[in-house]
Design a binder for this molecule. Structure first.
Ligand code: 13P
Length: 252
């Protein structure tokens, strides 16, 4: 069975002090949560503070982005080795905000996934369609292209350390959640694409998170779907009590 993975994506929220305060409060609230990987993704400047707070904790630490380059003249960027130095384990790659606001292409995302795996970071590889694409009947074509092009040259061993996050763009930050059936259908399709590319065993093992307006009121239904193995949570992860409730509800 696939272990659930519920990750917070704090986006550009939570400075170092706020991140530390969140962890003090949140860690106690989820101390009893078993059978789930919990991951926090603070902004880059808060990773060091979060890392020291999480030392010895079972809560994982993720960055929200990483450079596809090793080091050098890349102003504003952060390398995999810098993240490793802070004991970061995961990195969100290809979030729709990175794709749409910062122009990240499938090729860049692919380079980042490979760079992350070379440093033994676990990618949280985001995919998802816009409303226009869904309504235009392109859902499956879009997901297939994002998955195939994002994973070019990624070995089956590296895939096993990768999490896919299906985040329909129209459900992000809008309060509109995909219905459990819409999400399940998209996840099953993504898993079938992985089966075509890597075989059934790899497809059965890979964890696919749902993201887009997940909250305490809908986490149980969404994560109860057969092919939904966790959640990537934005807004509802910014409050320790709400995020803890979301996790507890998903486990019931
Ligand atoms: P919301 O949960 O705020 O819709 O954000 C989802 C998301 O983009 C997580 O990466």
């Amino acid at each position: 069975m696939r272990k659930l993975i519920i990750a917070a994506n704090w986006k550009m929220n939570m400075g170092p002090q706020e991140a530390a305060d969140f962890i003090d409060s949140f860690s106690q609230k989820v101390a009893d949560a078993k059978g789930v990987d919990i991951v926090l993704s603070p902004p880059m400047v808060s990773l060091a503070a979060a890392s020291s707070k999480l030392a010895g904790s079972s809560i994982g630490l993720s960055a929200q982005n990483v450079s596809e380059n090793d080091n050098g003249a890349f102003t504003g960027e952060t390398s995999t080795l810098m993240l490793k130095e802070l004991f970061v384990q995961y990195v969100i790659i290809g979030h729709s905000e990175r794709r749409s606001i910062y122009g990240e292409t499938d090729a860049i995302i692919n380079a980042k996934i490979k760079k992350a795996r070379a440093a033994n970071l676990k990618p949280i590889f985001c995919i998802g369609e816009t409303l226009e694409q869904r309504e235009g009947g392109q859902l499956e074509a879009v997901l297939r292209t994002q998955i195939t092009d994002g994973l070019v040259g990624v070995s089956v061993e590296d895939l096993a350390e990768t999490v896919i996050a299906y985040e329909p763009v129209w459900a992000i930050g809008t309060g509109v959640t995909a219905s459990a059936q819409q999400a399940q259908d998209a996840h099953a399709f993504c898993r079938s694409v992985i089966a075509e590319l890597y075989g059934q065993e790899a497809a059965d093992k890979i964890r696919i998170q749902y993201g887009g307006s997940v909250k305490p009121a809908n986490s149980a239904e969404l994560l109860g779907q057969e092919d939904i193995d966790g959640a990537l949570v934005g807004g509802a992860s910014l409050d320790p009590q709400i995020f803890a409730d979301l996790i507890h509800n998903a486990l019931t």
